[in-house]
Design a protein around this ligand. Structure first.
Ligand code: CDP
Length: 267
């Protein structure tokens, strides 16, 4: 985040990629893309490409993390070393990825009905394969779908969306250049069902009125995000129904060879 505000980002009422102020970048979401995860989703949002995987509710390890009253919800956001042209330095967790993991974790701690699963853990992994501005909101949008795909009860499938200010105007969903050269960027996570804001970060300077306008625009844009989340989940359920809800192959009982002999173990 953070911009100089010096680059011209709106020309004749259009942004550099031809979008209007309230337009989102093209987005597709697919639920259930990973076989081993309990729930998963893949999102392409503009040039962002992000995978989210959910494991749990499962045994909570390390045991000192256990909460006897509810599931602990954990999140790890990470950006692959090939996600952008920018210098990443060493791979692995860094200050930025820790911050993003923390704020996304807090979003889901507030929507997952964790008290249904005491003493367990729910792990959310977000892997950014390609980055182009707004990866935290895109990642959490995918993670919400992955949680729903895992069948984890939540107050709502929250939607991520960013609003901000470019060339003196409030607009939605910044690509990397708008993020870098705009005047302000505000990532949100919202629940359309409850009208709550679950994530609200901001850089740059805005007036009170501009913030109010950005919030209104964010809720408007979140409708598109939410529609695509629901569409992805419906497609997933239709697919499951068509296939029949088959257990994973490794969960099926192994066929015993005739004569009660133990055959060769698969592992
Ligand atoms: O991705 P998001 O907007 O949530 O977070 P940011 O810290 O504001 O980063 C803005 C953009 O800068 C990212 O989406 C990436 O495109 C880029 N970036 C990068 O390529 N490599 C980094 N280590 C950090 C940011």
């Amino acid at each position: 985040m953070g911009g100089t505000g010096k680059m011209k980002l709106i020309v004749n009422g259009k942004r550099l990629d031809g979008r209007g102020l309230a337009d989102l970048r093209p987005m597709t979401i697919k639920a259930g893309v990973l076989n081993k995860a309990d729930g998963s989703a893949y999102i392409e949002w503009g040039n962002n490409k992000i995978l989210a995987a959910v494991y749990g509710p499962k045994e909570c390890i390390p045991r000192h993390d256990i909460n006897p009253y509810k599931a602990v919800v954990r999140c790890r956001y990470s950006m692959s070393p090939f996600a952008s042209f920018e210098e990443h330095g060493r791979t692995g967790p860094n200050r930025r990825s820790r911050e993003i993991s923390k704020v996304i974790q807090e979003v889901f701690e507030n929507v997952v009905l964790a008290e249904h699963f005491p003493k367990t853990a729910i792990d959310i992994f977000i892997e950014v394969l390609q980055a182009d501005g707004g990866t935290r909101v895109a990642g959490l949008t995918a993670a919400a779908v992955a949680l729903a795909d895992a069948g984890i009860p939540m107050k709502d499938v929250v939607a991520g969306i960013a609003a901000g200010k470019i060339d003196g105007q409030i607009a939605l969903d910044f690509g990397k250049y708008e993020d870098n050269f705009g005047q302000s960027d505000m990532p949100f996570a919202v629940s359309l069902r409850t009208g709550e804001v679950l994530l609200f970060q901001m850089d740059g300077m805005l007036t009170k009125d501009e913030i109010a306008k950005a919030i209104d625009l964010a809720f408007e844009g979140a409708k598109t995000v939410s529609d695509l989340q629901v569409k992805a989940l419906k497609a997933r359920y239709t697919e499951k129904e068509e296939k029949g809800v088959a257990p994973a192959p490794e969960a099926l009982p192994q066929e015993q060879p005739a004569g009660g002999q133990q055959g060769e173990q698969p592992y």
